[in-house]
Design a protein around this ligand. Structure first.
Ligand code: AKB
Length: 320
């Protein structure tokens, strides 16, 4: 059997840091090559394994690195998210699409065994059912990020059908993590709020108090990603991305959960342009296909996540 060697593109991002660390534990540090456009790697990755500066838009450099390191699997995580994407839609489209198409082409050419590419709940829009949004439903994204994710899903499916490429994908909800910070998403408030609660005891939310969105703790998201990638090929019945779900809450509810640990915590609301993006997304997700096909099961709810986030962030603050 061919020995697997993984390349992670976008390793210094919110998902990338934790996925790199988890995959290094699983496959061995030298078998997981981290790369990112940033020259300096994320502090948590330092000393944990090989790192390269790589622009995901540079096809020649990507191919050269894949050949040099005898890569067999690629996780392409580099992307512009929903809020950043709306500030420069054409740039978001170029980055999100070009990097994917290049990786898919290289994967076919170099006969890679697997590719992972993340999608998002951002594929859904205002015409989609808002509660328990099904795997297959009306999909009319309203943001350039959502459009690029939906187009990307179709490209992944196309490369699977046309070239037999084993490409797998998940529609992540908002992701909440303490090791690495999010950048440029509409769901970022649900990370900022924990930092601000510990530092200042108050937070101004850029989403209104009753805005429900699907969310997930990073531990669950990393486990889902690895379980999907490790699942036997015959269990992967959708080559569009799988819906994935754990919990749904509003800014008001997360504030109440934080108040159980920090009783004086205060929240107020100043919705900005991200409110409109959030209003176009589902409030909860039906991920029964992921649960039935490859056994997905979440572990963290709002209470468990809040306790874990505050514990780790408090430790982090004390060591700074
Ligand atoms: C965003 O808010 O843009 C992302 C996402 C839901 O994909 N966190």
């Amino acid at each position: 059997m061919k020995k697997e060697k993984v390349l992670i593109m976008g390793a210094c991002g919110q998902i990338g840091v934790e996925l790199t660390l988890a995959l290094r534990k699983l496959y061995g540090a030298d078998n997981v090559i981290a790369s990112d456009i940033r020259e300096a790697q994320h502090p948590l990755l330092e000393g944990t394994g090989p790192y390269y500066t790589l622009n995901a838009m540079d096809a020649a450099a990507t191919l050269a690195l894949i050949k040099k390191e005898n890569i067999t699997q690629v996780y392409l995580l580099a992307a512009l998210l929903s809020a950043t994407g709306e500030k420069d839609p054409k740039r978001a489209w170029d980055i999100n699409m070009q990097s994917l198409l290049q990786v898919l082409d290289i994967a076919v050419q170099e006969k890679l065994t697997k590719v992972y590419w993340p999608s998002s709940i951002a594929v859904f829009g205002t015409t989609t059912p808002k509660q328990d949004t099904p795997q297959k439903t009306i999909i009319e994204p309203r943001t350039v990020y959502g459009i690029s994710k939906y187009a990307g899903e179709l490209w992944c499916q196309y490369y699977n059908q046309r070239w037999g490429l084993d490409v797998r994908s998940l529609r992540y909800p908002g992701l909440i993590s303490w090791k690495s910070e999010p950048g440029g998403g509409t769901t970022d408030y649900a990370v900022e709020i924990y930092h601000e609660a510990l530092k200042h005891g108050k937070y101004t939310s850029f989403l209104s108090e009753g805005t429900y969105l699907p969310m997930m703790y990073m531990d669950d998201a990393i486990r889902a990603t690895i379980e999907l990638m490790e699942a036997p090929e015959e269990k992967i019945k959708s080559r569009m991305a799988y819906n994935l779900s754990a919990m749904s809450f509003s800014p008001k509810e997360i504030a109440e959960a934080i108040r159980k640990h920090i009783p004086g915590f205060q929240i107020d609301y100043a919705p900005d342009f991200r409110q409109q993006i959030a209003d176009g997304w589902p409030q909860s997700i039906d991920d029964s296909a992921a649960r039935a096909d490859w056994g997905w099961k979440h572990e963290f709810d709002l209470e468990k996540m809040t306790a874990d986030m505050l514990l780790h962030l408090k430790e982090q603050l004390q060591t700074v």
